[in-house]
Design a protein around this ligand. Structure first.
Ligand code: GLC
Length: 720
């Protein structure tokens, strides 16, 4: 069946049913929410007949559930248009890989693609049709819990990761693929004060220059669905924002796929104060061309009435329903309602050794070595290691969007260490993970153990539930009790490395001063313990680089590398000096603790032979920027080589530098490689004073380096 044929045979009411999304368990014959008076559906006030004509289902874990639900739905439905199932497959389905802020730190497009493809295969075998990912919201405030889902503060890197993830999920839309859903459109990461669901308010230029490009990269990569954000954009809630959704997403970018709201966001327009009732919510959302209503029932309650009143045309509804039916057609569910679901294959594939290996590889390549005085890697022949800390012996290091992942299947750091050094690892918890814990009663035991062992690894940081949706923090310091533990351990043993587990950049200047070495594992996923152990003992060499700035103190936030110069910039050489009438603080430097793009290795890399093919770029032509990178250390390692460009003068103020390219290379000891980047006019375009997306002629500086602190090595002039 083809979407248009089906649409042609539908009544108005049947069309409106397709726009509704409810939870999967609504239709379960065992775990019944069928009474729909309990659970999340109770607020929908949909009668049983309506429920069995709704178009899509939210949240599914398990092939058997999907088969039961689809069968029950089709048995009871009159239209018998199969459901499609949507799930938050954010960083893995059953085999979890690092949180996206970690995967981004790999600076490895192929890795992001392969991890998404793995997740898609596991999810499709469970009957999932759509993954609510990638989340590409640009972020600058680590108080926000959802930075863990993001790829960080840079539009270009976010966009590259978005495109790779979309292609990984969707592939050729075959058996082991799922449709991707880029979210949250738009600028959800700009929530004031880093508080979830808070007001977002920015100029159109900032929106277009920084926040929109990653969504567009996903659209250009062929993403099948877009989820609107909870927040207002220029005062209007995204889901009811015609300018944002219809004018930009659809008319300007050419997106003709499905737009879905976030959870109950239709009805939340009443809370925003832009709609007085559900009827107006339905009107605004349809005017904006939002297609699927997730877990509220404004369309169900009022669309027919709006058509009768002539406020909404049936054509508008046809367009929405067609996009949903077309997605179902693309997913093949009209021909095979159970699509790829296969309980037996799911059991064989999910969390299989190959998937574990890829998740482990992902965690090893996402981790960031923030500091190392030389203690790392530890010698595998070490006599004994005291493994201490609240994150040392827990499976809850796989992130808060753990989907179908199980803590019981996650390799703990203790297990990972045992896999390498056996019973030479000794464990003590040392303290609790709660950010407000003051319990010091376990410290003495840990200190005693540290005094008896040759080396110490402290697993500190956050619990996985301290980041993620609704998990924002006003204080992003390492908890005092963890500092107390570290301080006491350092009194008895200087051979101490910290493995940090967190879903965000933390304000950790004290940790940087105190700890001889710091390895940031993020929330590393199902194979986190093995990955951590491999990195600590040198079986793997750290190569991650942060994609979100780490502040010296929360007071510096928002702090990001691609900032403007201001009229009174503080000279870098004065960073730690007081220069009153400059853009600076009385009490702290302007520079961050760790800058965007920063990360160490166990080896060292030397950059030389910087070249720019010419110092003039004519419109429509290209330049080549190149560098040689040599492994000058004693480990084989990987390096993410970064290209930045600065538009020195423009009709509006331009960032001090912008990431315009990156390439991750692997070098053997002593090996040298040339890395080349092509510079085009397209890369130089920005939103000008007249709000046109153009490249303005003039001077540009070119930077190539290991992080965003690199200096320019050449200039060129863009000429007509
Ligand atoms: C949540 C999240 C969104 C998720 C959706 C479905 O509130 O904001 O990212 O995809 O609801 O679970």
């Amino acid at each position: 069946m083809k979407a248009q044929e089906i649409l042609n045979g539908m009544t108005l009411k049947e069309k409106i049913y397709q726009l509704q999304q409810v939870t999967t368990l609504t239709f379960s014959t065992t775990d019944s929410r069928l009474d729909i008076i309990t659970g999340p559906n109770s607020t929908l006030a949909l009668d049983k007949d309506y429920i069995y004509e709704t178009g899509t289902a939210l949240n599914l874990i398990g092939a058997e559930i999907m088969m039961d639900v689809q069968a029950n739905y089709l048995k009871n439905s009159k239209q018998k248009l199969p459901l499609i199932f949507m799930q938050d497959v954010i960083h893995g389905h059953r085999t979890l890989y690092p949180i996206n802020l970690g995967v981004a730190a790999s600076f490895d497009r192929e890795l992001a693609h392969d991890l998404a493809a793995m997740a898609a295969k596991e999810a499709s075998l469970d009957g999932v049709s759509v993954a609510f990912a990638p989340m590409v919201d640009l972020v600058r405030d680590p108080r926000w819990g959802r930075v863990m889902e993001s790829s960080g503060e840079d539009p270009y890197l976010n966009g590259e990761m978005a495109a790779a993830t979309v292609k990984g999920f969707q592939g050729d839309m075959g058996k082991y693929n799922v449709a991707a859903c880029v979210k949250h459109y738009a600028a959800y990461g700009g929530a004031e004060a880093g508080r979830d669901y808070n007001t977002v308010d920015m100029s159109e230029r900032t929106l277009r220059q920084y926040y929109l490009p990653p969504y567009k990269a996903a659209v250009d990569a062929g993403v099948k669905m877009v989820m609107t954000a909870f927040n207002i954009v220029d005062g209007v809630p995204a889901v009811g924002n015609k300018w944002l959704v219809k004018d930009i997403l659809r008319d300007e970018w050419g997106f003709d796929g499905v737009v879905i709201s976030d959870y109950s966001a239709f009805e939340e327009m009443i809370n925003h104060g832009t709609c007085e009732n559900k009827k107006e919510c339905a009107y605004r959302a349809m005017e904006a061309t939002a297609d699927i209503e997730m877990m509220s029932s404004c369309y169900a309650s009022h669309l027919e009435e709006l058509v009768r009143e002539g406020k909404i045309t049936e054509e508008q509804i046809d367009n929405a329903v067609y996009r949903i039916l077309k997605l179902k057609e693309d997913l093949g569910v009209f021909d095979s309602p159970y699509r790829s679901v296969d309980p037996d294959e799911a059991k064989r594939v999910q969390v299989c050794p190959e998937h574990r290996a890829l998740a482990r590889y992902g965690a090893e390549n996402s981790a960031v070595l923030l500091k190392n005085n030389g203690i790392l890697p530890l010698d595998k022949n070490v006599k004994s290691v005291a493994l201490i800390g609240p994150n040392a012996n827990t499976g809850e290091i796989h992130g808060s969007w753990f989907c179908g992942g199980k803590a019981s299947e996650t390799i703990t750091v203790l297990e990972g260490f045992k896999n390498i050094i056996g019973d030479r690892v000794k464990y003590a918890k040392g303290c609790n993970i709660e950010y407000n814990s003051t319990d010091e009663s376990m410290i003495d035991e840990a200190v005693k153990l540290a005094s008896e062992c040759e080396a110490v690894v402290l697993c500190l940081g956050e619990h996985q539930e301290y980041s993620g949706e609704g998990n924002c923090r006003s204080n992003i310091e390492i908890p005092e009790v963890q500092y107390k533990l570290l301080e006491r351990v350092l009194e008895v043993n200087k051979n101490v490395a910290v493995a940090l587990f967190a879903g965000r950049p933390l304000a950790m200047s004290r940790l940087d001063e105190m700890a001889p070495a710091i390895l940031d594992m993020w929330m590393p996923g199902t194979e986190g313990g093995n990955a951590c152990a491999n990195l600590i003992f040198g079986n793997a060499v750290p190569s991650g680089k942060i994609t979100m700035t780490f502040p010296r103190a929360l007071g510096q936030v928002p702090i990001y590398y691609n900032h403007y110069n201001t009229g009174r910039p503080k000279a870098e050489e004065d960073d730690f000096n007081r220069v009153r009438f400059t853009s600076s603080y009385l009490d702290i430097a302007n520079s961050p603790l760790y800058p965007f793009g920063y990360g160490l290795s166990y080896t060292t890399f030397d950059y030389s032979d910087y070249k720019l093919s010419a110092n003039t770029l004519k419109r429509g032509e290209k330049l080549t920027a190149s560098v040689k990178v040599k492994n000058t250390g004693s480990y084989k390692g990987k390096e993410a080589v970064q290209l930045y460009i600065r538009d020195v003068f423009g009709s509006v103020s331009r960032p001090m530098k912008e990431l315009k390219g990156f390439e991750k290379i692997e070098l053997d000891i002593g090996e040298e490689k040339a890395v080349e980047f092509t510079i085009t006019e397209e890369m130089l375009k920005f939103w000008t004073r007249e709000m046109k997306f153009e490249a303005e002629k003039g001077k540009f500086e070119v930077f190539i380096g290991k992080d965003s602190t690199c200096k320019p090595f050449a200039e060129f002039e863009l000429v007509d």
